[in-house]
Design a protein around this ligand. Sequence first.
Ligand code: NAD
Length: 382
Amino acid sequence: ITAGVLRERAPGERRVAIVPEAVPRLRSAGVDVLVEPGAGQGGWFTDADYAEAQAAVVPADDIRERADVLLCVGPPGAELSAALRPGQALIGMLDPLGRPELVQTWAERRATAISLDLLPRTLSRAQTMDALTSQANVAGYKAALLAADTYGRYFPMLTTAAGTSKPAAVLVLGAGVAGLQAIATARRLGAVVSGYDVRPGSRGEVESLGARFVDLTSVASGAGEGGYARALTEDEQRAQQKELGTHIARSDVVITTARVPGRKPPLLVTAEALRAMRPGSVVVDMGASELGGNVELSEPDRTVVVEGGVTLIGAGNLPSEMAGAASTAYARNITALLAHLLRDGVPPDGALPVDPDDEIQAAVVVTHQGSVLSSSVAAALA
Ligand code: NAD
């Protein structure tokens, strides 16, 4: 079958779905690769690199026409979606729950849309395909570096002839994949790190990285389904914010990563808590979104110095800022998924085989042959 890789069209998106090193692996799984000129530019992958790896570098129109499956990072635009051919497949982090109008188009076009952001996280045979995890790792690492870069003092304790510096006190709120990577990265830079999560099960993971786990007495377990957190009640949220305030005020750097599936990010750091921090402190909100983030006053892709001298960084698309590493990991996730779909061989008609009885495919296949297959997306559309 033929896979097509188009340049990502979303503003500010520098990642690419397939990097040159993934091409030989795809070819041995029976997949030929077409790449749009300049598609890898944002991650410093040149057209010559792709050609050397035996991918064909061809114009976008040819790719749309010839590809049996289009591979992308973020959801395609309305125009590309409307141009999909019946039976043509689309694989990416398609955000079907956030983009119901696109789901409708893919179903109408009778396209097979497969979304990696619906992958069951705890299924061990799906781990190599887990793009949410690979991208969260990049984001958590980058968030810690951004914080260190912005903080006007050292992260480590340094002893020089000019005296000894105190290590930075870093607090990470939300200890999922991104939070744990932020903790590990801040630790490697020498900071004294604490971590907090509403899921009690995260304590062992935080402590195994050499960080202190922050216990709150005011909030009971926030463990929800599937390893995710549940949404807290309003009373619990207020109690959590108040108790966190004490820990925030003692920190030089706070990095927030908290999310609850299908909800707006929980507010953990209030404006009052920001004002109680020392001047020169830094806060990075990885949950920053148009709906509001983990930190009051934060906005995506915006850095502000709040009253009292705290620099508040609203993170944008952090994986895109490390497009080389993020794309390399993402390409492995996509390659693993394609190898799984083609495990019984490549069909002669080029149509990607779909088996709704397979646990992985039942979760990730959004639309197929005109209907919405994913039960979570169907429920959200109803
Ligand atoms: P996520 O991005 O959905 O959320 C980030 C973190 O925020 C989570 O740890 C969550 O508990 C926390 N959070 C939510 N509300 C909070 C609040 N009010 N206060 C403090 N923290 C709050 O999470 P994720 O990184 O996608 O991970 C989700 C789960 O999946 C975790 O249990 C993780 O260990 C698990 N996971 C398992 C695998 C695997 O087994 N292969 C792979 C990846 C993730």
